[in-house]
Design a protein around this ligand. Structure first.
Ligand code: KG4
Ligand code: ZN
Length: 338
């Protein structure tokens, strides 16, 4: 039995989780900084670092309390390893989590494990469905990444497709900013879309018939051009039609990939996986193909430390501990097969 305490501070959520054997979540505390960054229309790295510094101790204390019995929080003696996201992400933000994790590991005399944030998103799937059998296709869609990953087995990943310009979440955020809907854009567009007609405007589907890569920048520009020509267009129709175009390419390509590799199952991950229409279409198309489908709970789609603990549990078994001289790497890549 291995109990891992993990810290996630790569971007704008401060999170600490405690997970047993990579799947049993004893605590998963997430403190979001969204309100702090909203007035700037995006994440401000310096603001993020300061907020992580302030929030990490209370979030850690709450995680230890949540994981224990009432009035009897867990302590270092109950923890077998301490993990932190060591990339990709904002360097200042990453270093706060990494330094704290290394200090705790040293103080408690347990191993430290540095975790790749994207591998964490992949492991979010196993938190809810530990018996999911590879090969799987995982569609990872966040503010910074859009990937179709062929998970041949645990630790064995091939990237089949990625974006050639904006990430899916970035496209949601940019369209929302243009329409003055607020930040972050994904949840706002998702909500507004329920009041609009998704067939109202036929926005182009970038690279639809072209392999597994994505292009969202042209789709965003089409929205801007449409609004210029039709200044009275309804925001709800724009949101619903834009969302439909993005979801259409994401789902079509993920399912095409599943067919290509004969996947046993398909999974969603990353912040954009919280999108209602994406979740609905993804599940429908998977059911139509008769493959297993996992759409994780929204709390495990957006950034959280439980997924980092799950990945750390695997990495500790596969590679052993990370040295305490290990730092953070802002542009760390997912370890893939050649
Ligand atoms: O994975 P995540 O929490 O952070 C990154 O690692 O990037 O993803 C954040 C992104 C943002 O771009 C946000 O707009 C998007 O996920 N997002 C959504 C929804 N909720 C969050 N996009 C579409 N629909 C949503 N409901
Ligand atoms: Zn993320």
């Amino acid at each position: 039995m291995t109990v891992v305490l993990a810290i996630e501070t790569s971007c704008d959520e401060t999170s600490v989780a405690i997970v047993r054997d990579g799947t049993e979540v004893l605590a998963n505390v997430v403190s979001s900084q969204i309100d702090l960054h909203a007035e700037f229309g995006g994440v401000v790295p310096e603001v993020a670092s300061r907020a992580h510094l302030e929030m990490l101790e209370p979030v850690l204390t709450k995680a230890l309390a949540d994981a224990g019995a009432p009035g009897a929080p867990l302590s270092g003696a109950d923890i077998d390893a301490v993990a932190a996201t060591h990339g990709p992400g904002l360097i200042g933000a990453l270093l706060i989590g990494v330094s704290e994790a290394k200090a705790l590991a040293l103080a408690w005399g347990v191993p430290y494990v540095g975790v790749n944030h994207m591998e964490g998103h992949l492991f979010a799937t196993f938190l809810e469905q530990p018996d999911l059998t590879p090969p799987l296709i995982v569609l990872l869609v966040s503010g910074g990444h859009t990937l179709i990953v062929h998970l041949e087995d645990l630790g064995r990943y091939r990237i089949l497709g990625s974006t050639i310009d904006d990430a899916a979440g970035e496209a949601f955020d940019k369209v929302a900013r243009y329409l003055d809907l607020g930040y972050p854009g994904g949840p706002v567009i998702d909500r507004l879309a329920t009041e609009g007609d998704r067939d109202a405007i036929a926005f182009p589907r970038g690279l639809m018939d072209d392999g597994f890569d994505f292009s969202f920048s042209g789709m965003k520009t089409s929205v801007i051009n449409y609004v210029r020509k039709n200044p009275t267009a309804s925001d709800a129709d724009l949101a619903a039609s834009f969302q439909e175009a993005v979801v259409d390419v994401l789902v079509t390509k993920a399912m095409r990939a599943a067919d290509a590799v004969d996947a046993k199952g398909v999974c969603l991950g990353g912040g954009v996986a919280a999108n209602s229409r994406l979740r609905e279409r993804f599940a429908q198309e998977a059911a139509a193909r008769g493959v297993d489908c996992l759409v994780p709970a929204r709390a495990f789609c957006t950034d959280n430390a439980a997924m980092i603990a799950a990945a750390a549990n695997y990495r500790l078994m596969a590679d052993g501990p990370t040295g305490l001289d290990g730092g953070a790497t802002p542009n760390l890549r997912l370890p893939t097969l050649a």
